[in-house]
Ligand binder design. Structure first.
Ligand code: COA
Length: 364
């Protein structure tokens, strides 16, 4: 047997056939469950999106059923909060979410119920941590609300349908994205025949890193540090010269602007048209333009454009979420994709077990 190829970071390696989403990095196209992301965000509900991803492997998951059962599961997850020990006291939102979700037990024999359970709990725990962060007590769910609207209200107290729609667009946009690091993590764990909660806890850990889902908070910090469009060039030049990465720029797969950046930028513009303040939009656009130009000069052969995190930061900020919650909100959307991939991986029944090349000393 020939020696297997070694690809650092598994770049270009296909590890699964998937019916869930396709990322075309050259053309900047993202297809989720058969539709372009541009045709999903702002047009379908979170529950409908969950149905489209989950029904590929779990036929009984109608959008109405998902909505009803998600509402009930949010209430049950809220009732669990007193049993979570000090999980929600963690300083970091993702540490809190990881610890809180790890308290869950898979509920019942049906995978659909398990998907609903971890999805509901992720939203409730993220919002509860945000409420505590702001000095309040966790706000109880409203079982009759849509999942996006309810997370927004529980986390910020905001009831505006326009803002809820903006947040729903966000959750739909980030729901799935090929074999990204957290999804791969979830699939590796699922491939060992472990349980869904373990897969999701592992995925949260992978998502936390700033090279994956931890970038939007730092994007906002960068915008704050720059302050005015006129300062963008000087600030960004200094960062690049110091060898630091510009958060929200660059992507492993995309060689053009991430299509999700455009979708989320549109969602911010929609808020603006509805009279909702979008304090950092103009500055963000200016910074993006300057960063793109400087990175093009520095890496002429490696296009580095805005990724999803860049406008995530601007959108979630305009919706009133605290920046320390941004990565947890990413998890609230991506958990739907993780669940779908876990089901897909289980259907293959194949353990994921690559190899390493030993480069250490050998016994003489
Ligand atoms: N700012 C400055 N330089 C960057 C950069 C960025 N955001 N992203 C990549 N580069 C540089 C790298 O330093 C590297 O330079 P070198 O060849 O001189 O060492 C070159 O571009 C190629 O990058 P590479 O390490 O191959 O990219 P990758 O595919 O491993 O990285 C990311 C992809 C997303 C991890 C990377 O672009 C990044 O760190 N972005 C910032 C964090 C971020 O926004 N994360 C959210 C991702 S959705």
């Amino acid at each position: 047997m020939p020696s297997p190829a070694h690809r650092a970071g598994l770049e270009g390696v296909i590890v699964a056939d998937s019916r869930l989403s396709e990322v075309d990095g050259e053309r900047g196209r993202l297809v989720i469950a058969g539709s372009d992301v541009e045709d999903l965000a702002g047009r379908i509900s979170f529950e409908e999106l969950a149905h489209r991803l989950w029904s590929l492997y779990l036929p009984d998951s109608s959008p109405d059923r998902i909505r009803t059962e998600l509402g009930e599961a949010r209430l049950k997850a809220f009732a669990l909060i007193p049993t979570l020990g000090d999980a929600l006291e963690a300083q970091d939102g993702m540490d809190a979410l990881r610890a809180a979700v790890s308290h869950l037990r898979e509920s019942g024999p049906l995978p659909l119920q398990s998907n609903i359970w971890v999805t509901a709990a992720t939203g409730v725990f993220a919002a509860a941590w945000a409420a505590k962060l702001q000095g309040g007590r966790p706000v109880p769910p409203d079982r009759s609300a849509g999942h996006a609207a309810d997370i927004l209200r529980m986390a910020t107290g905001e009831k505006s349908p326009t803002k809820a729609k903006g947040f729903e667009s966000y959750l739909v946009t980030v729901s799935d994205h090929g074999m990204n690091a957290s999804t791969f993590t979830a699939r590796v764990i699922a491939s060992t025949a472990s349980d869904i909660v373990s897969s999701v806890v592992g995925a949260i850990g992978a998502l936390k890193g700033p090279l994956h889902g931890g970038a939007p908070g730092p994007v906002l910090e960068m915008l704050d540090a720059i302050g005015r469009p006129e300062r963008a060039t000087e600030w960004l030049e200094a960062e690049i010269a110091a060898g630091r990465r510009i958060m929200g720029m660059g992507h492993r797969i995309y060689r053009v602007r991430d299509p999700r950046a455009a979708v989320l930028e549109q969602a911010v513009l929609q808020l603006e048209r509805s009279g909702i303040g979008t304090p950092r939009l103009r500055l963000a656009r200016a910074v993006e333009e300057v960063a793109e130009g400087l990175l093009r000069k520095r890496h002429p052969d490696r296009p580095l454009n805005a990724n999803v995190e860049f406008y995530t930061a601007v959108l979630l900020d305009a919706l009133g979420f605290p920046r320390s919650l941004f990565s947890s909100l990413f998890a609230c959307g991506r958990v739907v994709g993780w669940c779908a991939h876990i089901a897909e991986q289980r259907a293959t029944g194949r353990l994921i077990r690559p190899e390493s090349r030993y480069i250490g000393p050998r016994p003489l």
